[in-house]
Write a protein that binds this ligand. Structure first.
Ligand code: AMP
Ligand code: MG
Length: 338
């Protein structure tokens, strides 16, 4: 299959909407990462997403809508959900709600709940409105690769597998949406993102965080979100993450860099000068910039062909929780406190 990568504009968005109405898969930008979308209500179309991504069938997809009203008939929208939608939609907040029989089981990997989100991106919203269908869309990477934050990343992973990529430029947030489970008595964050647990608690009074957000699942432990049990965000090189004071992190990174053959460094902007002429790349000046840059940097490190990535982590609180959750997984939880 020939894969077109076209700038997102009125005629190409219309073309993408027609492909989706015909049951095909197209990639499109959102404010978090690029998505790989198909008609969420057509199980054959949804199966094509799993095939293109090589995604395990037990990992459910997020259903995207243009507005809250489009959820009518798809899921049971609770009062808590309505409050969160009023506060954070359109935006990077995905909610798990009980689904109806209208949503095919393949979309939710057989689970009784469906993940729903309204993205805050003009191209994603225009596409949703043009096709007038809910769009099931996971991140547009091949399974196990870092999520794509530019159309070029999508092309790397998806060329020959899908007919069309809409190019809307780089994604602003850079990590996937917050996933919050609203099927229990207290909202529980299963995957951290730009909307923090504190942001959720500020609207609905309380919010828990699943323990597996910052540690690996234990042997036999139930995965509250199936995505957590799969290998994720893995660069080709081995990666170690360092947390602690700037001075100590710099000293330990330099010690390991100088002892290694082919290492690279990722650090906060203020630490970059400490590494002199060593190969060091920016992870931004704060955790939000770190989130924006992380997946792009991991892809660049793969291209450099380095064998070791020494990365400075962020504090795993507030905005830092999302980026540290991804860094921890990229490093297979090899986190060193210095
Ligand atoms: P992605 O589509 O790549 O952004 O991944 C979607 C994430 O949401 C995965 O980690 C899924 O496991 C999670 N997810 C989607 N639907 C559900 C659901 N019904 N229950 C639990 N987790 C879900
Ligand atoms: Mg993904």
């Amino acid at each position: 299959m020939n894969t077109l990568c076209l700038p997102a504009q009125e005629n190409t968005i219309h073309q993408a909407a027609q492909l989706i109405q015909q049951g095909q898969v197209v990639a499109f930008p959102t404010e978090t990462v690029y998505g790989l979308g198909a008609n969420a209500l057509d199980d054959q179309a949804v199966r094509s997403i799993f095939t293109a991504k090589e995604r395990p069938a037990d990992n459910p997809l997020i259903v995207h809508v243009a507005e809250e009203r489009q959820l009518d008939g798809l899921c049971e929208v609770t009062d808590t959900a309505r409050k969160l939608m009023a506060a954070y939609w359109p935006g990077p907040l995905t909610m798990l709600l009980y689904k109806t029989s209208q949503v095919p089981n393949v979309t939710t990997a057989g689970l009784p709940s469906v993940a729903v989100r309204c993205p805050n991106h003009p191209v994603a919203l225009a596409l949703l409105r043009a096709c007038q269908l809910p769009i099931a869309a996971p991140s547009a990477n091949r399974s196990g690769r870092p999520s794509p934050t530019t159309a070029a990343h999508v092309y790397e992973d998806m060329q020959g597998r899908i007919p069309l990529i809409l190019d809307g430029g780089p994604c602003q947030v850079g990590v996937e949406s917050t996933v919050v489970d609203l099927t229990g008595p207290v909202p529980c964050v299963l995957r951290p993102g730009a909307i923090t647990p504190e942001d959720i608690a500020a609207v609905v009074g309380d919010c828990a965080v699943a323990p597996s957000v910052m540690r690996p699942l234990k042997e036999g432990e139930h995965a509250p979100s199936p995505g957590m049990k799969h290998r994720h965000y893995a660069p080709k090189a081995k990666m170690t993450v360092f947390v602690g004071s700037n001075d100590q992190v710099a000293a330990e990174i330099i010690r390991r860099y100088d002892a290694a053959e082919n290492a690279v460094i990722l650090s906060h902007d203020d630490l970059l000068p400490a590494f002199g002429s060593r190969r060091a790349y920016s992870l931004g000046a704060n955790a939000a910039e770190g989130a924006h840059l992380l997946f792009q940097r991991l892809r660049e490190m793969d291209e450099l062909g380095c064998s070791l990535i020494l990365a400075q982590g962020w504090e795993a609180t507030g905005k830092g929780l999302a980026v540290m959750n991804r860094m921890a997984r990229a490093a297979a939880f090899d986190i060193v406190k210095v």
